[in-house]
Design a protein around this ligand. Structure first.
Ligand code: PGA
Length: 220
């Protein structure tokens, strides 16, 4: 059986010092066998976090929260797949906050997925419906099913409807599917116990090291 993924999406949060404190605090906890942790810091922290994790042999993978739809070149403000690859193995694509605030559409998301795959990065594509998942075919993609109303609201989606959609996403393309939306230490097991769910994407409750460590401990 594959490991369960627990992904920490820090969004637009944390300075260097705050990130370092988080890492120091979380290193007091064991990561249980069968759990794979991926940290998604903002771009400004990718270097410091990946360096710290490597030097201290911490069992964490690193991901970026976004990626340019272009190659390296004259694209002011963008970070290309080649640049991300220096620090990270994974990349979040199409988070609903990007779809809504930055008008990312299916075409843009498909371009970003192509760029990630071309550099060997694993894309975690966030979707809030089956349709959003259906036009992306590569079996290297991991999908994060995140119903809009569950993100950052403290109102997690009912686990039976998560299972239903995740099963349908898997049926069409056999991808790994994780759930995101108000995941916390109390409800993590409800989702990880679902047969079609391979992990969780955690926003708010990943910011505090102790809350995230509790999620990790309760995942088994
Ligand atoms: P949340 O965020 O855990 O704060 O709901 C999840 C996400 O946006 O990935």
């Amino acid at each position: 059986m594959k490991n369960k993924l627990l992904a920490a999406n820090w969004k637009s949060n944390k300075t260097k010092f705050e990130a370092k404190d988080w890492l120091v605090e979380i290193s007091n906890y064991e990561i249980p066998t069968g759990i794979e942790v991926i940290i998604f810091p903002p771009f400004t922290l990718l270097d410091i976090i990946s360096g710290y994790v490597r030097v201290n042999s911490m069992p964490f993978k690193i991901g970026a929260q976004d990626i340019s739809p272009f190659d390296s070149g004259a694209f002011t403000g963008e970070i290309s797949a080649r640049q991300i690859k220096e620090f990270a193995s994974h990349v979040l694509i199409g988070h609903s906050e990007r779809r809504n605030n930055f008008l990312e559409n299916a075409d843009m998301i498909a371009k970003k997925v192509d760029k990630a795959l071309s550099e060997g990065l694993t894309p975690i594509v966030c979707v809030s419906s089956l349709e959003q998942a259906n036009n992306l075919k590569s079996d290297k993609i991991i999908f994060a099913y995140e119903p809009i109303g569950a993100i950052g609201t403290g109102k997690p989606e009912d686990s039976s409807s998560v299972e239903k959609i995740a099963r349908q996403i898997k049926k069409t393309n056999n991808h790994r599917v994780i759930y995101g939306g108000s995941v916390n230490a109390q409800n993590i097991k409800n989702y990880l116990d679902l047969s079609s769910i391979d992990g969780a994407l955690v926003g708010g409750d990943s910011l505090d090291s102790k809350s995230f460590a509790n999620i990790i401990q309760n995942a088994i």
